[in-house]
Every structure is written in structure tokens, then in C-alpha cells.
Design a protein around this ligand. Structure first.
Ligand code: GLC
Length: 811
């Protein structure tokens, strides 16, 4: 592949195997982040070395600081500064914070679970790789320095990160007081700074009450070069009226060896390094965390955290882990961008959302949301193909936040196991959605018999089986149908910003009706298999009734209205001047199967007419320009952004799904293409955020910053685009009993291949489309033998590799 063949923009490009996005110009419109994590220890790292880390919970158990209110910067971070003693010049190996220097070279390689930044300046090539090992709660900054000047070099190395240690929300609101509890010393045996805080705020509320507990952890900061000095006082290291760009300790070359028992904390180390002409030096910085009282992770047997060979082995393991992960699905189609997303970045982003929820990003500060239940039960779809055991544990854990009556907390926090009961009407319904999807992938019906306590159970109550939890969620929704026979919207539905439509408990949601219908229908095969005829027929009746009600009262002529307010007035009708047509009410009329074909066609055509924009589908049109108190936050948000009329990618992905299901495959695929960040970020200076992952939204033409994206990384868009791509476009549709093969491809695709792991087997699919059709399997061969229909009953095949061939599509 030549350079011009590469997928590029003016700030960088993808490597040939798509596994890295390489940033070549650090002056990106915003910091472009990556994640490194192992399920417990997590770090966000930007292309300049900025970012923070935490263990388990970004709010309650933060390791280092990030300065939110100085956005759009990404300070502070994890910095390694090299100083040339003979000239006094010093520079950062990650570009920031010494950004005003003239670097001869800068490259940041964001890969899966690691970020490598390469710089050249003052005759030194620096390479720093940040990663989190798979099996230790630590982060490694692996560094290689090479002399390019041809002279012997007398260098000093300064590595530092500002610490937080504990509750990040409290650090924001009470830092002057909180700094009386820090405690850092240099451990001579370990040759490491050892840091802790003598107090831990675990409650969320802003309160003057103080807890009476220790922060449970200790942090260890060391490097593999001999240490010649250290500091743990931020003030001393940085010096008066300076910043991390020019710390006094570095400028003077003198560390004060401060060990603090109060004050703002930093972990800073100094080493000296003689680098011979053309010579190379390899070393690493290690930041580790472990419970107080445990042996230091630096000395833990078998772990060898501070040993370079061990570190390199761990990095190799990380790469293997991702090779394995991504091998769950690989596609080869005529659309290179589609392949790039599905094979690497979309799978990767979905894995990030599974672990981060909407809770630890540059745009999701990790202070407020915890893990949303609604999000959790969707996010499992991104990793269930790879790691069903983890998903199983996740589901069982999340079910603990359901109440006996079937309702749920809206979100929960790891470590404290607390959350908010907000009464969003859709949240409980994502439980059956997630459980059925898990079963479709795994056929692990044993999960249904697991017993999980309800959140309001007393000690003596035995909880309920997962099956009961699932049914109760639906029964709760059914018990909360309103006057029109549709779900009461309560505090909102999927759309959080319709939060004042029904606070009095009367307002109802059309999208919610379709969604309830969809989820009911999704459970039918399960109820059937479970032999629960009584529930099945009850749910079937409700499904029919909902369809009847919605079609009787919600059809506005060209589309479905969106909701009824408490006072009975509709939202989302053509007679209004703002918020006339909402996307979700149309897409889900089709996805639920509740719209008669003719209405579904017209509803989607109306979306195409009013909502289709260059980067995807606008969520509502026209955006609200005047506040309507009985709608909610949506009308307070500026027009064209967020839920008030942006290209809201999560909702846009559902329109794609509806179009595919409705037979509008070419248009559906076109919207899919428009949404892929490679396309929507074509005007990068407008788009601004990372071009390798989906953003929550792109500003629509209703705002002067049209084309600007925000809230990258943590969005339900990731799993839906991934699964729509795999399940509906490529056509691997797992069911309780096997795998249906049902591609929906653009008519321009003459042929494609794809591979997917499924229940211990690898399915290799080869589809030919000589007639330029969109769907409809003519005939299918499995390992050379013709099968009836397009369904794969795995029990018929002892082989682990199955070659599935489709000679032509015909619809
Ligand atoms: C955000 C929330 C998600 C919600 C969506 C629409 O993405 O994380 O839970 O459904 O906004 O309001």
C-alpha cells in the first residue's frame, strides 16, 4: 500500500492493518484520547500524554488528577521530560506540556490498549509507550531513547504525574481541605515513592459530613533507571508561578526530595543517563496500586513489575489479547471504511463502552453517572461474542439493582453499590433485551435459573431467578400503561431530555410503546422454549393491544407522534412549529413490527425527507428554539446539538436498522456510511473529535457549528453500529437455536466474505451477489452441502470450521 492509499486526514492516518491510528500533527482540534485498561485498572491517555487513571471507579477511586475546568486542554498527564545537561534544553517525550518547542518529528500511535508517542528533537529520538498490563493493577510507561546526533549525551530524565488518590468529586469541591490527608514517602528498599491518603470519601452527596475511613490503597511510583532524586510536593516540584511546562526542579536540575504529610501531591522522579553517541537506552516507569497492608506489587513474586523483560512480555500478551478479541469477527467487503470499522475500531470502541459505560471519558468526567442500567444491557452486545463469561457476570451483577416490583435503579456505582431511582420508563425493559441477546449468543439457559436478590429484598427474602427478574421487568412496564394504553413516560424514556413530558404520571410515550412491543416480541421464542405458555399468551395479547392503541391514536398523517404530555397534548406532530417529527418514533414503529407496512414506509420516507443530513439522521426536526416547560431539557438545549436536533448517532443507527428491515437497504446503508467517523469527519477542523470512533452526536445544520462532533467514545452508537453491521448487513443473526444467515447489502456489492466465531465454531461466509440485489438468500451450502433455507442448526455439524456459501441474493 502506498502512502496515498492510506486512509488519512490532515492530522494522521491508519496503518495498513488498521490496527493503529497515527497522529502526525499534534495540534489536533481537541485532545484525541485512547484507553488502556484491564477490567480494574484504567487509564485514559491523550495523544499528548494527558489523562488520568483509576481503579474500578473513576469517581470514588481516582489515582491521578485531570483539570476539568480548563478544557479543551488535557492537563495534567503522565509526563517524561528529558534534559540535556550540557545545553540546559528540556522537552517532553509526549509533546505536551513543552509544546512550544520545535519538534523535528512527532507521531502518536493509538492502538488497542496502548499508545506510543515518538518524538525527535535536539538529536534525541524518544519513544514512550503507555499501557496497562493484563494481569497487574498498574500502568507502564515504556521508554526508549536513542541518540541521533552522533555525540555522547549527558541527560537527566524527569518523570511525573500529579496524584489525586480517592474521591475525584471531593477533590474538585474540597481540595484545600483534602490536602491535609496526603501522605507520601520515598521507600529506599523499593526505590519508589509510596503514596496514600489517610481518608476516603465514598458517599456521593455534597455534604459537610466527613467519613472516618482510610483510603484503602497505596500507590507505588518507580522507574527502572537508578533514581537520583524525587519530589512528592507538587508546589516544590513545580515551583512558584510556574507550570508543568517548566517545573523549577527540572529547570535547576535539583530535586528537593520532598516527602509530604500534607499538601498537593505529585509523584516525580529524577534519573541521570549517559547516552553514548548513536546509543540507545531502554527503561520504564511503573505506577502501581494495591491495597494497604498487601505486599508491594513491585516485589510481588512472579509479577516482576519493574523488570524490563517482564514488561515487554506483558506488552506482547496485551497484543495477543487484542488479536484474539478482534478475531471474533472479520469481514472483507467492497467498502474499505466499513471493514476498518468492523474489523478493528468499532469492535474496540464497543469493548471500551462495555467497561467504561458513559462514565470515564474526556466528555464523561466519571463524576456523575456511574453505570447506567440501560446502557449496560446494550453495551454487552459488543463483547458477548468474545467473552460471554464476563457478560454473564455483568448481567448477574446488574440485576441486583432491580426492585421486587420489576423496576430498577437507573444507574449504579461500583464499589458503593448505590445509585439513583429516577423512574425512566424504559430502563427496566433493557433487562429482557440484554438477557435475550445473551442467550441468542450463548444458548446458556442455565443463567435463567440463577438466583439474584432484588435491591429491596430483606435478608430473609430469597431473591428471584433471572427468569423471574426478566418477566418482572416486563410486567412492571405493563402495569404502568396509561390512559391511551401506552407506557407512561414518567421521568423520560431512552431520550433523557424528554424529562418533563410526564412528571405527574399521566404523559405517555409512543417510542416507549414501540419499544415495549419490540421487547415483548423478543421474549416470545424464549417463553416458548421455556414452556411458559401462560406468560407467552399474556404477552402476545399485550403486544397486539399496544399495536392497536398506537395505530389508533398516534398516527399523525405522515408519521407517528412522539408522546402525550401530562395534559394530554401531543408532541411531535406536523401542526407544531418545533419538534414536529422525532426519529425514534418512526424507526421503532418498523423495528417493533407494529407499523402496518404502508405506515412504516411513510414514516421512514418522512424521516428521509426531514431528518436525513450529510452526516446521518437528525433526531428531531425542527430543533426546539423556544423553551417548552412541559417537554423538558430538550427544549433548553441549543438547537442543533445533543438531543435537541443533533445527528444523534445512537438514534441514527436505529434508523439504519429500520431501513434494512423495511427493505430500504441501499438508503439504510448510505446512512450507515454517512455516520462512519471516517466520513463524518472529512472536514476535520469542523468535526474536531477523534476520527477513529463514533461520537455521541454531530451538530446538525440547525446550529452554526454544524458538523462539529462531541462526546466521542462512550455512546451506545458503538454497539449498535457494530451489531447492525455484523447481524443485519453481513447477516449473521444469532437466535436461541442457532444462526440465521440473512445479509442486507448495498446493491453495488458483488461479493463479500466474513468470518464470525459462534458457540465454539468459526463460521466462514462467502456471499455472491451477481444480480446486484440487496437481500434474500437463494440457496445456501454448508461445507459443500446444500441446506434448506438460510438457518444454521449447529447441532448438525461436528466440525468446528463451517464454510457457508451463498451463490446469489435475490430480493
Ligand atoms: C446518552 C445516555 C443514554 C441516553 C441517550 C439519549 O447517550 O447515555 O443513556 O439514552 O443519551 O438521551
Amino acid at each position: 500500500m502506498t502512502i496515498t492509499d492510506r486512509i488519512t486526514n490532515q492530522y494522521g492516518y491508519y496503518t495498513e492493518d488498521y490496527r493503529e491510528f497515527v497522529i502526525t500533527n499534534p495540534r489536533t482540534p481537541r485532545p484525541w484520547f485512547n484507553y488502556m485498561w484491564n477490567g480494574h485498572y484504567t487509564g485514559l491517555v491523550s495523544h499528548t500524554g494527558g489523562g488520568f487513571s483509576f481503579l474500578d471507579s473513576p469517581r470514588d477511586n481516582r489515582i491521578n488528577r485531570m483539570r476539568y475546568n480548563s478544557l479543551p486542554w488535557d492537563r495534567p498527564g503522565r509526563y517524561a521530560i528529558v534534559k540535556d545537561v550540557s545545553t540546559g534544553n528540556y522537552w517532553s517525550l509526549s509533546w505536551a506540556p513543552t509544546i512550544d518547542l520545535n519538534y523535528d518529528k512527532y507521531e502518536c500511535h493509538h492502538g488497542q490498549g496502548y499508545t506510543t508517542i515518538i518524538t525527535e528533537i535536539y538529536g534525541i529520538r524518544g519513544e514512550i509507550t503507555y499501557f496497562v498490563p493484563t494481569d497487574a493493577n498498574a500502568e507502564i510507561w515504556r521508554i526508549t531513547l536513542t541518540d541521533l546526533s552522533g555525540s555522547d549525551r549527558n541527560l537527566e530524565i524527569y518523570t511525573f504525574t500529579e496524584l489525586l488518590m480517592g474521591n475525584a468529586l471531593n477533590d474538585l469541591i474540597n481540595q484545600p481541605n483534602d490536602k491535609h490527608f496526603t501522605d507520601i514517602h520515598f521507600d529506599v528498599n523499593l526505590q519508589a515513592l509510596v503514596a496514600t491518603r489517610r481518608y476516603w470519601v465514598l458517599n456521593k452527596g455534597v455534604s459537610v459530613k466527613q467519613p472516618n475511613i482510610d483510603w484503602k490503597y497505596q500507590i507505588y511510583f518507580t522507574q527502572t533507571l537508578p533514581i537520583t532524586g524525587f519530589d512528592s510536593s507538587l508546589d516544590t516540584f513545580i515551583g512558584r508561578w510556574r507550570s508543568e511546562a517548566n517545573p523549577e526542579a527540572i529547570a535547576t536540575g535539583v530535586m528537593q526530595n520532598t516527602e509530604i504529610t500534607a499538601g498537593d501531591p505529585i509523584a516525580a522522579l529524577q534519573s541521570k543517563l549517559e547516552l553514548p553517541a548513536h546509543g540507545t537506552s531502554n527503561f520504564a516507569v511503573i505506577l502501581a496500586i494495591s491495597p494497604k497492608g498487601d505486599p508491594s506489587p513491585l516485589q510481588k513474586e512472579g509479577q516482576n513489575l519493574a523488570n524490563l523483560e517482564h514488561i515487554d512480555r506483558q506488552f506482547a500478551q496485551l497484543k495477543q489479547k487484542w488479536d484474539r478479541h478482534l478475531s471474533a469477527v472479520q469481514v472483507s467487503t467492497p467498502d474499505r471504511n466499513f471493514d476498518l470499522m468492523l474489523n478493528v475500531w468499532n469492535q474496540y470502541q464497543a469493548a471500551v463502552t462495555f467497561d467504561m459505560a458513559r462514565n470515564a471519558g474526556y466528555y464523561h468526567g466519571g463524576l456523575l453517572f456511574g453505570t447506567g442500567l440501560r446502557d449496560q444491557f446494550q453495551d454487552i452486545l459488543g463483547v458477548v461474542m468474545v467473552d460471554p463469561d464476563r457478560v454473564r457476570r455483568r448481567l448477574l451483577n446488574a440485576l441486583r439493582f432491580q426492585f421486587q416490583n420489576g423496576s430498577t435503579l437507573h444507574n449504579f456505582f461500583k464499589l458503593t453499590n448505590t445509585g439513583e431511582r429516577t423512574n425512566h420508563s424504559d430502563t427496566p425493559l433493557w433487562i429482557p433485551f440484554g438477557i435475550v441477546e445473551y442467550l441468542n449468543e450463548t444458548a446458556d439457559f442455565s443463567i435463567l435459573d440463577e438466583v439474584v436478590a432484588y435491591h429491596d429484598d430483606s435478608e430473609s427474602n430469597a431473591g428471584g431467578t433471572v427468569y423471574e427478574h426478566t418477566i418482572r421487568a416486563l410486567d412492571y412496564a405493563i402495569a404502568n400503561l396509561g390512559e391511551h394504553g401506552m407506557p407512561k413516560i414518567m421521568t423520560g424514556d431512552w431520550n433523557d431530555t424528554l424529562d418533563y413530558v410526564g412528571p405527574q404520571g399521566k404523559g405517555e410515550t409512543t417510542w416507549g410503546a414501540f419499544f415495549l412491543g419490540y421487547v415483548l416480541k423478543k421474549t416470545f421464542p424464549l417463553l416458548e422454549l421455556h414452556g411458559d405458555r401462560e406468560t407467552l399468551s399474556r404477552f402476545q395479547t399485550v403486544y397486539e393491544q399496544i399495536g392497536q392503541s398506537v395505530n389508533d391514536i398516534c398516527w399523525d398523517g405522515e408519521w407517528y407522534l412522539r408522546a402525550f404530555r401530562d395534559n394530554g397534548e401531543p408532541i411531535g406532530i406536523s401542526a407544531h412549529t418545533q419538534g414536529k417529527i422525532f426519529l425514534n418514533a418512526q424507526s421503532w414503529s418498523v423495528i417493533s413490527g407494529l407499523a402496518p407496512k404502508e405506515r412504516g414506509d411513510r414514516a421512514l420516507a418522512s424521516c428521509q425527507k426531514y431528518l436525513a443530513k450529510p452526516y446521518g439522521m437528525q433526531i428531531v426536526f425542527p430543533s426546539y428554539t423556544e423553551v417548552e416547560d412541559n417537554v423538558g431539557l430538550i427544549s433548553r438545549c441549543v438547537p442543533g446539538k445533543k438531543e435537541n436536533g443533533a445527528i444523534f448517532n445512537h438514534a441514527s443507527s436505529w434508523f439504519v436498522l429500520a431501513s434494512l428491515l423495511n427493505g430500504d437497504v441501499d438508503f439504510g446503508f448510505e446512512i450507515y456510511q454517512r455516520m462512519m467517523p471516517l466520513n463524518s469527519s472529512k472536514d476535520m477542523d469542523r468535526y474536531e473529535v477523534e476520527p477513529y470512533v463514533y461520537a455521541e452526536y454531530v451538530t446538525s445544520p440547525d446550529h452554526p457549528t454544524q458538523g462539529q462532533a462531541s462526546h466521542s467514545w462512550l455512546t451506545g452508537t458503538a454497539v449498535w453500529m457494530l451489531r447492525i453491521g455484523i447481524d443485519f448487513i453481513i447477516g449473521f443473526q444469532p437466535t436461541l437455536t442457532g444462526m440465521a444467515i440473512d445479509p442486507h447489502i448495498p446493491s453495488g456489492w458483488q461479493e463479500f466474505r466474513a468470518q464470525r466465531k459462534f458457540r465454539g465454531k468459526t463460521l466462514h461466509l462467502h456471499v455472491k451477489n451477481p444480480l446486484g440485489k440487496n437481500s434474500g438468500v437463494s440457496s445456501m451450502q454448508v461445507n459443500g452441502v446444500e441446506v434448506k433455507g438460510n438457518f444454521l442448526d449447529l447441532s448438525l455439524y461436528p466440525e468446528t470450521e463451517l464454510n457457508i456459501a451463498i451463490a446469489q441474493l435475490e430480493k
